[in-house]
Design a protein around this ligand. Structure first.
Ligand SMILES: Cc1cc2nc3c(=O)[nH]c(=O)nc-3n(C[C@H](O)[C@H](O)[C@H](O)COP(=O)(O)OP(=O)(O)OC[C@H]3O[C@@H](n4cnc5c(N)ncnc54)[C@H](O)[C@@H]3O)c2cc1C
Length: 307
């Protein structure tokens, strides 16, 4: 066995980030995926995965239980690395697994080389850090939207997890999906429309625009701190990292901390009244104008093109 990845399950589906973990893992060697919901098995054939370990008697929503599973796999199979997605839960799982296996841990990696050297971008992208775990198994949490997914199809072999889960010190009593509309998840979306202080708290035109494109809605910290949009939608250094095909920054100045979370988007469009706003330095297309005039016109034009 070479590298183990923890399958990300989201909303009854295998999340896109799983494909990214598989892509990174394949740079190092054979890829073994650890899956808790067996119903999702067919979806894993979309990614370059050699083997799947199906775990049936542990709770995927409990970081403590997932860490127990991963640490038993480390002890039995001696993988070179365990890769998880660098979400809050993913980092908790990584930390717990590292403690249980006495392994080194690196979080928030944005790249991983075949010799297990990781890259981290810190202080809003001002510093690039290269680091490598020295212990025999490296526990690495990788930010989503860091790599293009290798879509090589596979038909992985199946193995059942044969370990056991001891009584956890804490217990997850229930997990419910937070109420949300039909918009895609921010880190999974191929198009993200984000609003900033320029919206003056009115995200209505942006949401309508996003819905016309099937996009997720993000926000700058100025907007989330003001309470105009949930903190879970914040893009940037202290928010989420997104790497969609198209990122539309509306009424956002382009502070370095915001750019840290979106600057690797494939195509960036900015709408801002200030022609000197720093966001235009990284935008592929820019519209200098009032968002309350530009965005409704764009929405109307997109709707007019739809059958
Ligand atoms: C440690 C630290 C971490 C941080 N983390 C983050 C982070 O994760 N994410 C983040 O976003 N920020 C973060 N920040 C904050 C960051 O420095 C900026 O303050 C913030 O990004 C500014 O948000 P903004 O662009 O919406 O607001 P502003 O900088 O106020 O920009 C508003 C823009 O809207 C334009 N505008 C105004 N009216 C209109 C209109 N009618 N139509 C079109 N344009 C208009 C203005 O010209 C201006 O460019 C962090 C800061 C620190 C110190």
């Amino acid at each position: 066995m070479s590298v183990v990845i923890l399958v990300d399950e989201f909303d009854g589906k295998v999340a896109r980030s799983t494909g990214e973990l598989a892509t990174f893992a394949a740079r190092i060697g054979d890829v073994t995926a650890v899956l808790f919901d067996e119903n999702l098995l067919p979806q894993l054939s979309e990614f370059c995965i050699d083997k799947v370990i199906v775990v049936s008697d542990a709770n995927r929503n409990s970081p403590a239980e997932v860490a127990q599973v991963l640490s038993q796999i480390v002890k039995e199979k001696s993988p070179k690395a365990i890769l998880v997605t660098s979400t809050i839960t993913g980092k908790e799982i990584a930390a717990r697994t590292a403690i249980r296996t006495n392994s080194g841990i690196i979080t928030d990696a944005i790249d991983l080389a075949s010799d297990l050297t990781t890259t981290q971008s810190i202080f809003g992208g001002a510093l690039i850090v290269k680091a490598r775990v020295q212990s025999s198994c490296a526990i690495i949490a990788i930010r989503s939207n860091s790599v293009d997914i290798d879509v090589t199809k596979s038909s992985p072999g199946i193995e059942r997890f044969s370990g056991s889960i001891s009584e956890s010190l804490e217990r997850v009593l229930s997990v419910e999906m937070a109420a949300k509309g039909n918009r895609p998840e921010l880190t999974e979306a191929t198009i993200v429309v984000s609003g900033g202080a320029g919206t003056k708290g009115d995200f209505g035109p942006l949401e309508e625009f996003a819905d016309s494109l099937g996009a997720a809605v993000g926000a700058s910290r100025a907007a989330t701190d003001a309470g105009w949009y949930p903190h879970s939608s914040q893009v940037g250094q202290t928010g989420k990292t997104v790497r969609p095909q198209l990122y539309v920054a509306v009424g956002i100045s382009g502070a370095i901390q915001h750019r840290a979370g979106m600057q690797t988007s494939k195509l960036i469009i900015a709408v801002n009244t200030d022609a000197d706003a720093p966001i235009f330095d990284i935008a592929d297309f820019g519209v200098v104008g009032d968002l309350f005039s530009v965005i409704p016109q764009a929405t109307a034009a997109i709707k007019a093109k739809k059958p």
